[in-house]
Design a protein around this ligand. Structure first.
Ligand SMILES: [Zn+2]
Length: 134
């Protein structure tokens, strides 16, 4: 069954393939994909070290010994303090979008349908539950 999200994903992939003139080579897309991932991480880092709207207070996760795997979530923390300001949120969102562009470019060049990949991954994590991260 097609949903509106599927349509957006297909339209997005079509548009990316249209715009892939400059980075037609798989090598260009691989390097742009890696670079865009770094830019996402850099934007998050700048929110901490440049803007300061969020900070990171990290330490070892404190999980009681006798606890079910499902209950672990209650004790796991993100190590993020604060909330992204509108500026940082906008910047990070743009970088994530750019990263998605190059991920989609890789899908296109290797003849994967992004919506198929997402559906298969959804089914996989749905079937594996918490165990997909082990
Ligand atoms: Zn900020």
């Amino acid at each position: 069954m097609e949903t509106r999200n599927d349509e957006v994903i297909c339209l997005f992939q079509d548009k990316v393939s249209e715009l892939l003139l400059k980075h037609r080579s798989i090598l260009d897309s691989i390097s742009k994909h890696a670079e865009s991932a770094v830019r996402v991480n850099r934007a998050i880092t700048k929110s901490v070290t440049g803007c300061g709207c969020i900070s990171v207070n990290a330490r070892k996760q404190q999980i009681p010994a006798e606890i079910s795997f499902e209950d672990c979530r209650k004790y796991m923390v993100t190590h993020i303090e604060g909330v992204l300001c509108e500026n940082c949120k906008e910047t990070i969102e743009e970088e994530i979008g750019n990263h998605l562009f190059y991920l989609t470019a890789l899908c296109h060049l290797l003849d994967f349908k992004l919506d198929d990949v997402l559906h298969k991954e959804y089914e996989r994590i749905n079937a594996l539950g918490h165990f997909h991260l082990l």
